[in-house]
Design a protein around this ligand. Structure first.
Ligand SMILES: [Zn+2]
Length: 512
């Protein structure tokens, strides 16, 4: 067949196709407004993908536990500051909390970002079998290393569109510590950080690419009960009062209580302190509870658990000397209008393309875990509504934000399907190129959605109207007692124990 010389039209089609390649996965023929094109093009640059990928890997290596995320928080805040954002460090009285802002006036669009790790999950990146870097050290078993990183990348992209097209409004990143212990958001709300914020985009890493709306997850109280007794020799304990006995009786009482709690509850505890040797009667013991139920039932349930603690003290003659509420949060209630906007941008951006090496790694991990061997995902998800029957479940302190501003959560890919949350397999898959591509795709959707919110006032108005209608019927009131304070010392000792050896490892991989 004889080939014809290229016409002008052919050339412009070719140019368009090259443009499409610059934004992998874009739906062909989709008409993209110029402001949105700016954010998508910038985030598609290989050097931008790599820059934020490396930030994510650094935070993965720091693996800092909640309230101790000094290096992770500083890296993100510094990156945003260098990009032209104004940073409020130590926001809401928490040293690792920050708010980064750019622009002036309305509308104010927020993006939430988390960066804390989980204890005991140390694992080498992209190794498809359990292989800790430092046994017992923390690891990123929920992908939070990718999340505030994606939020920062999205916000910097939005700033570029604001500059280029003189868009009025403000973009903010809320660097939110200690999500794994559900601590920062109720204090951030109480400090007024979300007053005047018109809409909030939240994000979480996962294996799929999707979003949803409606009520979900449980409200929760996180509480440490401290008992004080009287010590003596364990072999002549007549005059002693064991604080550990009080904890055990409290736990027996709460376990009997389970039968009479409405089935949407969840309740779990760990004994933090219960003596150090059997021959010394423990005069101090502490137990940490998570008490979870729906917004309507959680306060009453907490009251019953508190009674079990009192019963433990009464039965043993010890005292319940401290009841420390670390945090108390509401259920999530994601905004349908905002989730619909996110969904459209998910479909526009599309699932990243994975290399054969990435597919092979995913299949090896799935095989090791005994899961279906499907490799990395290829399709984006559909918009999800709330489940027909609420059966309770986990919690996120994002719930608190959903009650003070219209909020929806984007789930972006990067993790291997079948990898288990809060487990070494998720730590392994949140490092390296799959995580980089996933967070980059997530950043694109968040940036595109923020641009929509900045440029489509009618849509934002509808989103706000939906939010205000719900709030009128369910006025927000914090579950936090007025004198509650964020536990800034949480995880300090654990982190001090592991940090030096983790830093050694980080310096080594940086050198390699
Ligand atoms: Zn998480």
């Amino acid at each position: 067949m004889k080939s014809k010389p290229l016409t002008r039209r052919d050339l412009s089609v070719l140019f368009l196709m090259v443009g499409m390649l610059a934004v992998p996965g874009l739906v062909s023929g989709a008409k993209i407004p110029k402001e949105k094109r700016v954010v998508l093009d910038w985030l598609s640059r290989p050097e931008v993908l790599e820059k934020y990928g490396r930030i994510s890997d650094a935070i993965w290596s720091y693996a800092e536990l909640g309230m101790q995320e000094f290096k992770s928080s500083a890296l993100l805040a510094d990156t945003l500051e260098a990009a032209g954002f104004t940073i409020e460090r130590g926001a809401a009285g928490m040293p690792t909390c920050f708010v980064a802002s750019y622009g002036t006036g309305k509308p104010v669009i927020g993006i939430l970002g988390e960066f804390d790790a989980l204890p005991m999950l140390s694992q080498k990146g992209r190794v498809p079998r359990q292989d800790p870097i430092i046994a017992g050290a923390p690891g990123h078993g929920c992908g939070h290393n990718t999340m505030c990183t994606a939020a920062a990348a999205a916000a910097v992209a939005v700033k570029r569109a604001m500059d280029e097209y003189h868009l009025p409004g403000t973009i903010k990143v809320f660097g939110s510590p200690a999500e794994e212990t559900l601590i920062s958001r109720p204090y951030m709300v109480r400090a007024g950080l979300f007053e005047n914020v018109d809409a909030v985009i939240d994000n979480h890493s996962g294996s799929g690419f999707g979003t949803g709306y409606g009520k979900g997850g449980n409200a929760m109280y996180s509480v440490i009960f401290t008992f004080t007794g009287k010590t003596s020799h364990g072999a002549s304990p007549w005059s002693a009062r064991s604080a550990l006995d009080a904890v055990e009786i409290m736990n027996v009482a709460t376990n009997f209580l389970r039968e009479h709690l409405f089935y949407t509850y969840r309740m779990h505890y760990v004994i933090m302190e219960g003596g150090e040797a059997p021959n010394v009667v423990p005069d101090r013991a502490r137990v940490w509870y998570y008490v979870r139920n729906s917004d309507e039932r959680v306060e009453e349930m907490y009251g019953k658990v508190l009674n079990c603690a009192r019963a433990g003290a009464l039965a043993t003659g010890s005292e319940l000397t401290d009841v420390r509420i670390l945090s108390a949060i509401h259920q999530r209630n994601a905004n349908k209008g905002l989730a619909t906007m996110l969904q459209k941008n998910i479909e526009l951006v599309g699932m990243p393309e994975w290399t054969e090496e990435e597919q092979e790694y995913a299949r090896a991990l799935q095989k090791e875990l005994g899961k279906e061997v499907t490799g990395m995902p290829s399709e984006v998800g559909k918009l999800r509504g709330p489940g027909r029957t609420f059966v309770g479940g986990g919690s996120s302190d994002v719930g608190e934000v959903t009650r003070v501003a219209p909020t929806a959560t984007l789930r972006f890919p990067g993790q291997v399907p079948g990898a288990i949350g809060h487990h070494w397999s998720v730590v392994a898959s949140n490092y390296g190129t799959t995580a980089w591509k996933g967070l980059n795709a997530g950043a694109k959707v968040m940036a595109a959605t923020a641009v929509d919110l900045l440029t489509r006032p009618k849509d934002l108005e509808k989103i706000r109207a939906e939010f205000e209608e719900y709030e009128k019927e369910h006025p927000y009131k914090s579950f936090l007692p007025e004198d509650a304070e964020a536990p800034l010392d949480l995880n300090r000792e654990l982190m001090e124990k592991y940090r030096p050896r983790m830093e050694e490892f980080y310096l080594k991989i940086k050198k390699d």
